[in-house]
Ligand binder design. Sequence first.
Ligand code: CA
Length: 228
Amino acid sequence: MTANILLVEDEPAIQELLVFNVTQCGYRAIQALDAASAMSHISHALPDLILLDWMLPGSSGIELARRLRADQRTRNVPIIMLTARNDERDKVLGLESGADDYITKPFSPRELMARIRAVLRRRTPQMSDETVSAGGLELSPTTHRVSANGAMIDLGPTEFRLLHFFMTHVERVYSRTQLLDQIWGDHVFVEERTVDVHIRRLRQALEPSGLEGMVQTVRGSGYRFSCN
Ligand code: CA
């Protein structure tokens, strides 16, 4: 699964450098030159990580980070702040505004990429290529294979992503909107009942191994993947 990284930076040279490095690492780069344009991208599709410049024309990076953290939908999107100032107080302020990490310009592309990888691994485990196991199921993102108690299961691409997300977020309840954001990445053009269709297909695929009960409906809230 390719991570979408939103680059919010008003300086064209740095924006270009970010795009180059992010793309080199196999991520998809989405560009925004200010907070308003960033918000418009975010309302269209939730990115997997935001690289956010502190000093932006109009609304600052700090303001944008606070705004994203205050909204239920965007609360958990990882944010790395970029700043030209290397001041301990700024660092504290940046982290208090909700950023996951902080990097000072000029930065080395290698360091930046290492930070991006670390934050993604921590915040979005479904982006990792590591094999995950939960309650008798084993899923390998590299080979795209899923097995239940050793027997292979055939899954469509959406069911695969859905199961990968569930297996890396067990016991938590997700609304249909949250699942659309996480699995489809674009909640605007997909109807909520699409989620139900794919949940049903996922359950059907798990049925022969008797594990369909792991995908639970939580009335009035959404769905939960449970190993109990
Ligand atoms: Ca700037």
